[in-house]
Design a binder for this molecule. Structure first.
Ligand code: ATP
Ligand code: MG
Length: 453
């Protein structure tokens, strides 16, 4: 059992503290090192994801030189290691310097076992997320895209994509069921693009967006003079899709009388334009989608079951984004790259707190919500990294419950720095004065947070 626990390396020369920490945490196997050489040996031996590091190590127990040297070696050996710095009284300054040189966080001595446990737990969690993302990025070859343009690495969604590929070639009707923003239209296009009809038209109509009295004319077309305003003969969407695919989006919103007419078309495969006499044969493949519960609608007699069976030869359920493990971060990267390029933003990636927030958000609006948030963040971010604050979540994972003390501090620091800079119109000395810190300290903070003046 214990060999399955993640390993926490504690670099600490105080033997009493070593013993205390060794027994403090049930969830980790704690290994200890009392000096730099042992610490590096332990790094090589165990490759721990998380390290706590006391800066004052022998032969310089009252200074920080050994601690910094150890940090540097760990960073060069395994840059993804989360190093948490232990800072003694009055050593906050060196802890901050350590963070600027790549440490993950710091805690103040004397050690509070619970507080340190919390920081360590968060570090492991974040390390897990980052490693998973790196794995996904590496695994999918170039960009994890399936069906032409869909990004996913989640087994649930890959299964959907495989189903689509498999049914695309057969001329069966496909019904896509999924909440808003899950990619229904993208998948409908996927069906078309993977089918032998790919070089013929793909015609989409959103049955919920068109007023009831116009929907019939949109679908079936009309002859000149059929009704007031019918100034010229117009083909309907069904006819326009000849040879190709007709995508009936929000099919649950088609009113009952029109359901009858649509059913007749699906049985006879001919349309009659409004006001027309001619029967026009049309060859189309039908794909439809809805977020509504059609079973319930059938029970309530607001949707015809005979129409349902015509439309639903194959039913594909699309998982929500929250059900696709790891996809939110994957898609976030994809959209960030795309939008940063579009709006010429210098943004390069996500800060750890942003990644954690993306990972823990529920995404009720699914991929569409994610796309919108990333687009806004790419515009709003004031540094090279998108932070949790830029993503503007109003749930707890965002601003009101930051990742840890460091994230909370960072959010507060960024806010204060931004307002000082704007009051001082970007003047560094003036801003530093407003903030009550020295000019070099402000420069350090700007660099650390990748902000520009
Ligand atoms: N897996 C994915 N990879 C990349 N982009 C995606 C993915 N899924 C959806 N999108 C993008 O997200 C947006 C929403 O997708 P789409 O319009 O297909 O969803 P929908 O289910 O039809 O949504 P709605 O119910 O809001 O109409 C589109 O811009 C689409 O290109
Ligand atoms: Mg849609």
């Amino acid at each position: 059992m214990s060999d399955k626990k993640p390993i926490l390396l504690v670099v600490e020369d105080d033997e009493g503290l070593q013993r205390q920490l060794r027994w403090a945490y049930e969830d980790y196997e704690v290994v200890v090192a009392g000096d730099r050489a042992t610490a590096i040996d332990m790094m090589r031996l165990h490759e721990p994801a998380v390290v706590t590091l006391d800066l004052g190590l022998p032969p310089d127990p009252d200074g920080t030189s050994e601690g910094f040297a150890t940090l540097e070696t760990i960073r060069s050996l395994k840059p993804d290691t989360k190093v948490i710095i232990a800072s003694g009284h009055g050593a906050r300054e060196s802890a901050l310097t350590a963070i600027a040189s790549g440490a993950y966080d710091f805690y103040q001595k004397p050690v509070d076992i619970d507080e340190l446990g919390h920081i360590v737990g968060r570090a492991f969690h974040l390390h897990g997320i980052e490693r998973e993302n790196a794995r996904l990025e590496a695994a999918g070859g170039k960009d994890n895209s399936v069906l032409g343009g869909m990004i996913t690495a989640a087994p649930e969604m890959l299964k959907v994509a495989r189903t689509i590929e498999r049914v695309a070639g057969a001329d069966v009707s496909v019904m896509l069921l999924g909440a808003s923003g899950t990619g229904k239209e993208l998948l409908a296009r996927g069906v078309h693009d993977e089918s032998p009809r790919a070089d013929k038209p793909f015609v989409a109509i959103n049955c919920a967006a068109i007023p009831e009295n116009l929907l019939e004319a949109e679908l079936f077309g009309y002859e000149k003079g059929a009704f007031t305003g019918a100034v010229k003969t117009t083909e309907g969407k069904i006819e326009l899709a000849e040879g190709g695919t007709l995508f009936l989006d929000e099919v649950g919103d088609i009113p009952l009388p029109l359901q009858v007419k649509l059913l007749r078309f699906l049985q006879e495969r001919v349309v009659e334009r409004i006001g027309g006499r001619k029967q026009i044969a049309v060859d189309v493949r039908i794909v439809c989608a809805t977020h509504q519960d059609l079973d319930a609608m059938i029970a309530a007699q607001t949707f015809r079951d005979d129409l349902y069976y015509r439309l639903a030869e194959i039913v594909v359920k699309i998982p929500s984004l929250a059900e696709r493990a790891g996809d939110a971060a994957l898609l976030a990267r994809h959209f960030l790259r795309k939008f940063a390029e579009e709006v010429k933003s210098p943004v390069k990636g996500f800060a750890p707190d942003a990644l954690a927030a993306i990972d823990s958000h529920d995404w009720p609006g699914n991929v569409r919500e994610l796309e919108n948030r990333i687009k806004r963040a790419a515009i709003m971010a004031d540094g090279k990294l998108v932070t949790a604050a830029d993503l503007d979540f109003d749930d707890e994972a965002g601003e009101s419950d930051p990742l840890n003390l460091k994230a909370a501090r960072e959010i507060a620091d960024r806010g204060a720095i931004r307002s000082a800079l704007s009051r001082a119109e970007g003047n560094i000395s003036q801003s530093a004065k407003l903030l009550g810190i020295s000019r070099p300290t402000l420069y350090d903070l700007l660099k650390q947070y990748e902000m520009s003046a």
